[in-house]
Design a protein. Structure first.
Length: 475
């Protein structure tokens, strides 16, 4: 069924219809389209465009159709061009010509922008809840390793000893930024476009503000042309998903390394690993690898939409039909990926002995020597040179820095007094770094407690937003 055609002498060719047809992917918007249609109906009734009796008849049909869509009783058919035409067909099957009355004062242009916004505002709540669960899972996991020393890495080389709790909890802070970005996105997205019409607003529904609260928005768009042209909210959501994908990829890379025979740090639970069809001994970290692999898809979806948008004049252009598949795909992939990643993190076990034994390796305590000298008023450039000499001394002797004796220190430089020795032990080095964001167990524990308190507040906001959308969507 087509929603246009009066000025045409014939129908579009089959190839044009196939190209234009979006019902295969936009049908998922059907419940949201019906919700926005109920709000639009109230506006038409309030403006006395549709009288109360007819409005009640249409409202009842819309509510029944919503139930039928959710139950699967009403579905799209091959002749439907898009979700809007399919639902108007459903209304006309119930109401006859009266089913077409809702088109007054509204365009598919403002209708689709509204539908996608409501859809994303609801689904972002679920993504947000899963990201929060993953972030807090890392924090909880880290609390069990506050007493474990580990090598810290830069350039994948041993850098300085750290507490392993800091190594794990770092992901909580990256994921918290994702949560903050979602909150910012929601503020910018909660601007209602319904009432913009095709591009010039509506003379039939003069008070679109009535639908702001009803549809879960916080304000009304200020420019009707921008309202139907705006896809920033989709591009920004795709950016958020791409960055989440990057964070998940980095988690996946680390877990893949940790689980390797060379590291032997992590034992991934059998429920989140797979085997080999030819090598019976294999236990592969497939969840971690797929987390790494999916990032390309998220980035590609973002790039796809940005390239589509870059050359478009404002107001609606049919190119904007290409906005939906990237966002739907990124959402689907996150819903598929996040639960097993969360499960992998919650069930992983770490080899304490293997991790702690490597904490001082690779001359990771060299910075302690430089810091010790700086505290004694030696310029850092000179202190750096002396620490380098200590490393060279250890290489010649075939020992690590924590194996140096007081006699060895004096041979390297007379200013390396025995007071340095406690800092050349991993526990002493870690404990000495007690600043707010540093790696001492006390500092790390305090920051984990702070972030978990922030997570509780975020959880409250998520619950509030979920309740709001449940009310909007009659769930």
């Amino acid at each position: 069924m087509s929603l246009w055609g009066g000025r045409f002498n014939g129908s579009p060719s089959e190839s044009v219809f196939a190209l234009s047809r979006s019902i295969d992917f936009d049908w998922r918007l059907a419940p949201y389209d019906l919700i926005s249609s109920l709000a639009h109906l109230d506006g038409l009734e309030n403006a006395q465009i549709i009288n109360r009796e007819k409005s009640q008849e249409i409202r009842s049909a819309l509510q029944n159709l919503l139930l039928e869509v959710r139950s699967g009783k009403f579905i799209a058919n091959p002749d439907d061009e898009d979700v809007h035409s399919a639902l108007e067909r459903g209304l006309k099957e119930k109401l006859g010509d009266l089913g077409g009355a809702l088109r007054a004062g509204r365009s598919r242009n403002d209708q689709i922008a509204t539908d996608v916004k409501i859809y994303l505002l609801e689904h972002m709540n679920y993504i947000e809840a899963m990201i929060l669960e993953l972030a807090d899972a890392f924090s909880e996991l880290a609390m069990g390793y506050l007493d474990l020393a580990a090598p810290g890495f830069t350039h994948l080389q041993h850098a300085q000893p750290i507490t392993f709790a800091q190594e794990l909890s770092k992901h909580s802070f990256a994921l918290e930024r994702d949560l903050n970005r979602i909150a910012d996105w929601r503020r910018r997205t909660s601007v209602l476009p319904l009432g913009a019409g095709a591009l010039a607003g509506s003379r039939l529904v003069p008070d679109p503000e009535r639908n702001i609260d009803r549809l879960g928005f916080t304000s009304l768009a200020g420019n009707s042309i921008d309202a139907v042209a705006d896809r920033d909210f989709i591009a920004e959501a795709l950016f958020i998903f791409a960055l989440i994908g990057v964070h998940l990829s980095r988690i996946g890379e680390e877990f893949t390394l940790y689980a390797s025979s060379e590291f032997s740090w992590a034992v991934i639970d059998d429920a989140y690993a797979t085997g080999s069809s030819i090598m019976p001994q294999k236990k592969n970290p497939d969840v971690a690898e797929l987390a790494r692999g999916k990032s390309g898809r998220f980035i590609g979806n973002l790039t796809s939409l940005l390239v589509t948008l870059k050359g478009l004049p404002f107001a609606y252009n049919r190119d904007l039909q290409e906005d939906k598949e990237p966002i739907f795909d990124s959402l689907d992939q996150l819903f598929l990926l996040l639960p097993p990643v969360i499960g992998m993190v919650k069930t992983v076990k770490f080899n304490r002995d293997k991790i702690s034994k490597s904490a001082s390796q690779g001359f990771a305590l060299a910075t302690e020597i430089a810091d010790f000298l700086v505290e004694r008023s030696i310029p850092f450039a000179q202190a750096h040179e002396i620490a380098g000499e200590a490393v060279r001394y250890c290489e010649v002797k075939g020992i690590e820095l924590d194996q140096l004796s007081a006699e060895d220190l004096v041979k390297i430089d007379p200013r390396l007094t025995p007071e340095l020795l406690p800092y050349l032990q991993v526990d002493g080095a870690i404990a000495s770094r007690s600043a707010t964001l540093a790696t001492s167990s006390k500092s790390v524990e305090e920051e984990i407690q702070k972030i978990r308190n922030r997570f509780k507040k975020i959880a409250g906001e998520i619950k509030k937003n979920q309740d709001l959308m449940s009310k909007v969507l009659f769930l």
